[in-house]
Design a protein around this ligand. Structure first.
Ligand SMILES: CC(C)(COP(=O)(O)OP(=O)(O)OC[C@H]1O[C@@H](n2cnc3c(N)ncnc32)[C@H](O)[C@@H]1OP(=O)(O)O)[C@@H](O)C(=O)NCCC(=O)NCCS
Length: 184
């Protein structure tokens, strides 16, 4: 399967059927999905969500969704996933999301994956602006956005009812020209 991007530790490539078991383990993990609006998913729900990921692996202009598997170069294991969403709009906006599998946290891999996907978003898709949203308690995710040079544009307080409680959200964004200036 062709890599769409490489980082020092990861290969970003489309999902294959062989990734299903490891992907379902991530989607069904209550700790990993704690701050997400979905999950933990049942095996049946994971099958459906995985099919969407399998279909969303093409970096073609005009696509609205790109989901990529993160493969750990050292072991060949599925280390997580990174996605770009809602890119097919006239304003050139897109949203980035990422999940690192249990056992792959705290090694900078989330930052590497998000940085590589951001480059694809601006270069391959020609996006004007990329946003990211996380639960306000998700300090690691917010830190990744800050490390990528994204600006905190909103802190919505208790705006969403998620998993039995009101949750707050942080919204970050970066413009293409800001991103280009940051990598020069
Ligand atoms: C959020 C997530 C992707 C982070 O991945 P990761 O590979 O562990 O992140 P990194 O190693 O690149 O670390 C990112 C930064 O966050 C910091 N960080 C990590 N865990 C943290 C925590 N619990 N509290 C505060 N900061 C934390 C790291 O120290 C690092 O900052 P630094 O370089 O300044 O030290 C991972 O925890 C995850 O997959 N969580 C579950 C899914 C999820 O919440 N996805 C995001 C949805 S918005």
């Amino acid at each position: 399967m062709t890599a769409l991007a490489r980082t020092p530790s990861l290969i970003l490539r489309p999902f294959t059927d062989a990734d299903f078991e490891a992907a379902a383990a991530m989607m069904g993990d209550p700790a990993l999905t704690r701050f997400l609006h979905w999950g933990p998913r049942t095996p049946e729900q994971s099958r459906e969500a995985f099919a969407k990921r399998r279909a969303g692996g093409a970096a073609v202009p005009g696509a609205d969704y790109l989901a990529l598997a993160l493969v750990d170069k050292a072991s060949g294991a599925l280390a997580g996933e990174v996605s770009l969403m809602q890119m097919a709009n006239a304003d050139g906006n897109g949203e980035i999301g990422y999940i690192l599998a249990a056992g792959f946290h705290g090694r900078g891999l989330g930052t590497e994956a998000a940085r590589a996907m951001m480059a694809l978003g601006f270069e391959a898709f020609g996006l004007r602006r990329i946003t990211a949203t996380c639960d306000a308690r998700n300090a690691a995710s917010a830190r990744i956005m800050e490390k990528l040079g994204m600006r905190r544009e909103a802190h919505f307080v208790k705006n969403a009812w998620v998993k039995g409680e009101w949750t707050s959200a942080l919204v970050y964004a970066v413009l293409a020209e800001e991103w280009r200036a940051s990598i020069d």
